[in-house]
Design a protein around this ligand. Sequence first.
Ligand SMILES: Cc1cc2nc3c(=O)[nH]c(=O)nc-3n(C[C@H](O)[C@H](O)[C@H](O)COP(=O)(O)O)c2cc1C
Length: 321
Amino acid sequence: MKIILAPMDGLTDVYARELLTGIGGYDLCVTEFLRVTDTLFPTRVFHRRFPELKNNLNQPGFTKSGTPVFLQLLGSDHSAMADNAAKAIELGAIGIDLNFGCPSKTVNKSDGGASLLKYPERINQIVSAVRCSVPTNIPVTAKMRLGFDDQSLAHENAIAIQNGGADWVTIHARTKKDGYRPPAYWDALAPISDFLEIPVIANGEIWNVDDYFKCKDHSACDSVMLGRGAMVTPDLALQIKKTLNNETIAALSWQEVVQILENLYWLMSNNPKLKERYIAPRLKLWVKWLMPTYTQAEEIFTQLKLINNAHQAIELIKRSQ
Ligand SMILES: Cc1cc2nc3c(=O)[nH]c(=O)nc-3n(C[C@H](O)[C@H](O)[C@H](O)COP(=O)(O)O)c2cc1C
């Protein structure tokens, strides 16, 4: 049973990956997508999207707490995808995930992400090309939605991924057309996971421990990927793991969450390459995500959203304890 931290562009960056895996419960993270066109990226592009490759020289490709991180590639040019995957592995990446689920109009217009779900044979070509370009001991995985407009090609796409040589497939239990609107169609995953030989990881709408168990019952998948729920409840993965072990766990207090936000502030402030103006918005964004779980987050947000100075923002957050 694995819990994977979802790739979320603009949310699960290197800092969130470090902090969330530091809390515990996660077996793996996936980077935000790196969009491949027809060129081979220079090393600095890989390092920007995946700083764990260079920051953690003892264990490149792992977060500071030792959780493995896979690089996610998004694109439709199979040979460019293969070349970039091979380069990432040369740079120390320990796994490659392929994105067949991004609903963004810009990405879909340029023939990437979820738009490929209309063409299972192209998905198969991309997975096969990437599989061939990286050593056999390196996992290649894929993340898909149930379909583009409807679920009619869900099986074909999952089979295309399996036949391309992927080690597992994560399925976000919605179509591109469904966007992020609840519900997630967990039931639709059960026949796919039953049919495939590779593991299926369920994803979508797991906000608390109860949702995990409901998703598991409906999807017949033990392993899950947590997305927005991880931002809203930073110890969600740990809560699920402890519950599975029949252990009790007190949810993180607001004081502990403030400590996490303070760590976020220090991690960002200590990066000389990070512009000061990036820090306050990042703190505000996470506090906003925390609002459904913590009333204190809700109480400070009106004031916090007006602050642009990072130091002032963290001081306000600290005073809320
Ligand atoms: C802001 C945001 C950015 C996302 N970026 C990515 C991405 O880079 N790659 C990807 O495969 N999925 C991306 N996703 C989709 C998530 O990984 C996940 O599939 C989706 O949020 C459903 O899971 P959830 O209901 O647990 O949030 C993103 C989702 C959000 C909300």
